[in-house]
Structure formats: structure tokens, C-alpha cells
Design a protein around this ligand. Structure first.
Ligand SMILES: Cc1ncc(COP(=O)(O)O)c(C=O)c1O
Length: 388
């Protein structure tokens, strides 16, 4: 019903992923086929287009605000993830990266340690370092085809009195990993015992692959959900990254008030009507589109895994969630610079390099699978030709 196979030319559309200016700045070459930054090459769901069209047709872009977006988010979480949250506990921010920075500024002091699990989405590191805090990584360790939590290392790092916050990426980017409920509880129990404030980034929580069971922290029970700050957004789910709208669920007043105060101090508080219209239409009327999308992404993953495995003997991690697949190119024995150079200047494909996510990601390349099959096929053809 939805044509995810359609190739849509995004060059010259102010796209960070596709425009020459951005590619040149990121890869040192504009001549790459881009499968990097996490947005999709697919058109948004029809209900979202209609809602945006209505705003344009109305012709007035005034100061805007409504509870309907947070209500739509709460209904979605209840319907899709079985978490009944109070929409009044949702604080809106212009994106989750912004929320992570606000949380670090509000709840930690300069010099404090913030626990993360590398290799992980690099803005986690930036939010810590740019605010003068210290990165404490309890790195995920490779075990066969999976990366796992080393609980004794995690506990040791959580116990350090200088560590005051834990930022959890669940599902995990770039490992496309879904934590099981007991793993989540074990990490959170350790964090709580050691008085760490837990920020959970669930931006990829709707992109769960077929047959995988996902638990939002909200669903672990109030002993967990009420103590943490959970970051939710339709931006990955519905390809709305440009709307920069997210819902930060903070049930505890003692956390919500200071967080909101930081936002007030920055003088930010106005929503734009495009984002609100898009978010409401996404959460209320676009579920079928998402279900179809997930099937397409998973088929792209199977295609990638099959071809890289058969033609290069390159292993791709299991895709449990997200549209981001992490592939292990370490067998070629190249340094990070050599691997990057080969990918960009010989294969002419723009991917996220594993080491961007921390040294632990070295040797890996992250593929953005939210593209038409023809784009993926072309990228694989180029890579196979170069690396074979
Ligand atoms: C784990 C994670 N958090 C946050 C973001 C970005 O969020 P936002 O655009 O809302 O700042 C991404 C984007 O890829 C992500 O992977």
C-alpha cells in the first residue's frame, strides 16, 4: 500500500544526509551515496502530509500550543507499549539531544561522572563533555554475535561516588539491541542503589523488528518508571526528525520542576504549528504505515546481511530494533583511517564509522537501512566491488 521502493531525490532539499555541502563537511567528499545520519529516505505517512497541508492552507503561522500532542503521545504509549502515563507529566523539548544536555546541566555538577555504555550514539558523549562533566563508560562487550552488559564493570563504575547520572540508550544505537526486562531492571537497580539519576533514551522504541519483544522502562512498573526520566519522540518512528519535537516523561515533580525551570531560564517554550500537527497525525493516524515500514526495513536488513555475509564474509549484528545495522569490517585489518578512506573515496559510500560511537566501535560501519532497496543495493554493490 505504501511505496517504500520509490526513490526520492533529496539532493538540494536542505537535507543534512544528502546535500553536497553537508557531505563535503562530514566525509571530505560530496561524491558519496549517503546511508548515514538517522533519518529516512521515505515519504511520511499520508495522514501527516494532510495535517501539514491543512496548516499551510490555513495560511497563518502564529504562536501555537495544545495539549493534544502530549495526549496523542500518551495514548500511543498506552496502545502500542502498554504504558499508561499521565500526559501532564510530559515536558516538551526541541529534540532529545537537547533534553539530554538539559538533564546534564540540571541534575549534575561540573566534574561529575556520567555513565554511558559505548559504543553509543555520540551526542551522549558530547552532552557530557560539552558541559564539563566526565564520561564514564561501562562499555558493552562483544560476546559472539552480540554485545552485552558487563554487570560487574557496570556496578563498579556506578559505585564511584563521583558518578551521579546514567544515560541509557534503549533500544541501543548503534548496536540495534533490545534489552530484556530483567537486564533493564538489573541496570536500573544498580543505578538506584548508587543514587544515580537515570535518563532513558527510548527514541528507537517504536522501531522493533518482527518477533522481538520490547519493554519500555515505563512498563517495568512504577518503582522504575516513576524514578527515571524517559525520552520519547515520534521523530525516528515517523521520519519527523526535522520537526524537533520530543516528549520527556518525568513523573516525579521533584525532577520535572527543575527540568522545566532550566527550559524557562533558556527562554524556550513556544511550539511551532507544523510540528504539533505532524506529531498528532503521526501518533493518532499513522500506525498502519509504521507496521508496513518495519517490514520493509527488516527485509532490507536481511538483504544486507545476506549479501555482506555471502560476498565479503562480513558479519552484521542482529537487528532487533532501529533501522541502523552495525557491520563488522575488522577482518580487513585496516586502521580506522584506512577503512574510512576506502569506504568514502573508493567505494564512495557515506556511512557512520563505528569509531564515531567510541573506540569500542572501531572496525564497524553503521548502515542506515531506511532507504529504498535500489539505494541499498547500489551501496552494497560499490562496497563489494571495493572490498572483494
Ligand atoms: C539514541 C538517539 N537519541 C537521540 C537522537 C536524536 O534525537 P533528536 O533529533 O530528537 O535530538 C538519535 C538520532 O539518531 C538517536 O539515535
Amino acid at each position: 500500500m505504501y511505496n517504500f521502493d520509490e526513490f526520492i531525490d533529496r539532493k538540494g532539499t536542505m537535507s543534512m544526509k544528502w546535500d553536497d555541502e553537508s557531505l563535503q563537511a562530514t566525509f571530505g567528499s560530496k561524491d558519496v551515496l549517503p546511508l548515514w545520519v538517522a533519518d529516512m529516505d521515505f515519504k511520511i505517512a499520508p495522514a501527516i502530509t494532510e495535517a501539514l497541508q491543512k496548516v499551510v492552507d490555513h495560511g497563518i503561522i502564529g504562536y501555537s500550543g495544545t495539549d493534544e500532542a502530549n495526549k496523542a503521545l500518551a495514548n500511543w504509549m498506552s496502545r502500542r507499549h502498554n504504558w499508561d502515563l499521565d500526559y501532564k507529566t510530559v515536558v516538551n523539548t526541541q529534540g532529545i539531544v537537547f533534553a539530554l544536555n538539559l538533564a546534564v546541566q540540571t541534575f549534575t555538577r561540573p566534574g561529575d561522572g556520567v555513565l554511558i555504555q559505548r559504543p553509543v550514539y555520540y551526542p551522549f558523549t558530547n552532552a557530557i563533555v560539552n558541559n564539563g562533566r566526565k564520561v564514564v563508560s561501562s562499555s558493552l562487550v562483544k560476546n559472539g554475535h552480540d554485545f552485552e552488559v558487563d554487570f560487574s564493570d557496570f556496578e563498579e563504575k556506578a559505585k564511584d561516588p563521583n558518578t551521579t547520572m546514567f544515560i541509557l540508550c534503549s533500544p541501543h544505537n548503534p548496536l540495534s539491541k533490545v534489552y530484556k526486562a530483567d537486564e533493564l531492571k538489573r541496570m536500573l537497580d544498580i543505578a538506584f542503589e548508587n543514587d544515580l539519576l537515570v535518563i532513558v533514551d527510548e527514541i528507537h522504541g517504536d522501531l522493533i523488528m518482527p518477533g522481538v519483544e520490547y519493554t519500555t522502562v515505563g512498563n517495568l512498573g512504577k518503582d522504575y518508571s516513576d524514578k527515571v526520566i524517559t525520552c520519547i519522540s515520534p521523530s525516528k518512528t515517523f521520519n519527523l526528525a526535522g520537526t524537533q519535537w520530543s516528549g520527556i516523561v518525568i513523573p516525579d515533580d521533584k525532577l520535572r520542576h527543575p527540568f522545566s525551570r532550566t527550559i524557562e531560564q533558556l527562554g524556550i517554550g513556544i511550539h511551532n504549528p507544523y510540528s504539533l500537527a505532524a506529531v498528532i497525525a503521526a501518533y493518532n493516524d499513522s500506525e498502519e504505515w509504521l507496521d508496513e515500514l518495519i517490514k520493509y526495513i527488516y527485509a532490507n536488513y536481511e538483504y544486507l546481511k545476506e549479501r555482506l555475509g555471502a560476498e565479503l564474509r562480513v558479519d552484521v549484528l542482529k537487528l532487533e530494533a532501529t533501522y541502523l545495522a552495525f557491520a563488522d569490517f575488522s577482518k580487513f585489518g585496516l586502521t580506522r583511517e584506512e577503512l574510512d578512506h576506502k569506504m568514502v573515496h573508493e567505494a564512495k559510500v557515506g556511512l557512520d564509522s563505528g569509531h564515531w560511537f567510541g573506540d569500542e566501535g572501531e572496525g564497524y560501519m553503521r548502515f542506515n537501512l531506511a532507504c529504498s532497496r535500489s539505494t541499498l543495493e547500489e551501496a552494497i554493490n560499490r562496497i563489494v566491488k571495493t572490498f572483494k
